[in-house]
Write a protein that binds this ligand. Structure first.
Ligand code: FO1
Length: 316
């Protein structure tokens, strides 16, 4: 790796694409120098449990335990609990695996005992052998809300899972208390970062909620090293999920130039897929073209290594 061996790397991640690059980075950056800051705005309370889907997707992926087909949930998990809920007549649109429930039971119990989500996440990660740090961006309540044409205002998981992201999106906004903010741990990680990477997560649904938290923008603007994004688009299309559909509905430009504009001057460089090298006018900042599709673990590690090497040779 060309980036100095002592460099601290922070990844901003949410969802499956973010977790994949986070996994790759965890294999090329020493664990004591690598931190993932995760989205919590798609958390939900269901059946009395506090579920943090994005933190869990990253945690399971870093632990090598994720379901490789869906990208979220645990590999080999079963659905007996949720089937029994169905027999009781419950509307089980949000699928919790039997072993996955253990994570939510413990998280819920520890939160009720007064531990912060940061502490709870650290305990879960340590138990699963995750050596790097995974930090929720905030310990305060934060919820992504989606205003749709057909179904009115929906909570994030209602839009994403129950309605299978089919309703037309008018606006995405965030519900939170007046007082909310970045955790001291996430703030410290951003301040010490020599490189910040926006993972190829959905810009509106995964990265924007992180940027929304008071303290994050300020920390990014005061960054001491470069901040780069890996585009979530390949050949002008989202690899998975609603990013392309939703951004078009919101009138946002999904080209590399549009992505740089969406991140409002926070980027020092952008990584795009080779298939997007002709995708309209290119932004006026350093660009790195490579294969960004991550199917195998080798793809994730290769992309992470390429990003680190490019930053080290071009931006530092
Ligand atoms: N995604 C689905 O499409 N359907 C589900 O039933 C579902 C359940 C689920 C349970 C736990 C968990 O950690 C994630 C789960 N996800 C499910 C994924 C999740 O909704 C999304 O990946 C993220 O929230 C989007 O970033």
């Amino acid at each position: 790796m060309v980036l100095n061996d002592q460099a601290h790397v922070v990844a901003l991640a949410g969802g499956v694409g973010g977790a994949k690059l986070a996994y790759g980075l965890s294999k090329v950056v020493p664990p004591d120098r690598f931190t993932v800051i995760g989205n919590v705005a798609d958390d939900l309370d269901i059946f009395g449990l506090h579920v943090s889907p994005d933190l869990d997707t990253v945690m399971y992926t870093l632990a090598g335990l994720n379901n490789p087909v869906m990208g979220w949930g645990l590999d080999g998990d079963t659905r007996q609990m949720i089937e029994m809920m169905g027999r009781y007549g419950e509307d089980v649109w949000f699928g919790l695996g039997d072993r996955d429930v253990a994570t939510h039971l413990l998280r819920t119990q520890w939160l009720r005992e007064g531990q912060r989500l940061t502490e709870v996440t650290a305990r879960l990660c340590t138990a699963l052998g995750v050596a790097c740090r995974l930090l929720p961006v905030t310990d305060d309540p934060l919820a992504t809300m989606v205003d749709t044409v057909e179904k009115g205002t929906l909570a994030f998981q209602e839009y994403f899972v129950r309605e299978r992201w089919q309703p037309t999106v008018r606006r995405v906004w965030f519900r939170h208390d007046v007082q909310f903010g970045i955790t001291p741990e996430a703030k410290d990680a951003l301040h010490r970062a020599d490189l910040i990477v926006f993972c190829p997560s959905n810009p509106v649904l995964s990265i924007a909620p992180l940027l929304e938290v008071p303290g994050v923008h300020e920390a990014l603007r005061a960054r001491r090293g470069p901040c780069v994004a890996v585009s979530p688009f390949v050949g002008g299309k989202a690899v998975k999920g609603p990013a392309e559909k939703l951004m078009k509905e919101m009138g946002l430009d999904i080209s590399p130039q549009g992505l740089v504009r969406y991140y409002e001057g926070l980027l020092d460089g952008l990584v795009i897929d080779v298939r997007d090298r002709e995708a309209g006018p290119m932004p006026d900042l350093p660009l790195f073209e490579t294969q960004t599709l991550m199917v195998t673990d080798d793809d994730k590690i290769r992309l992470a290594g390429d990003v680190i090497t490019w930053v080290g040779s071009t931006l530092t």
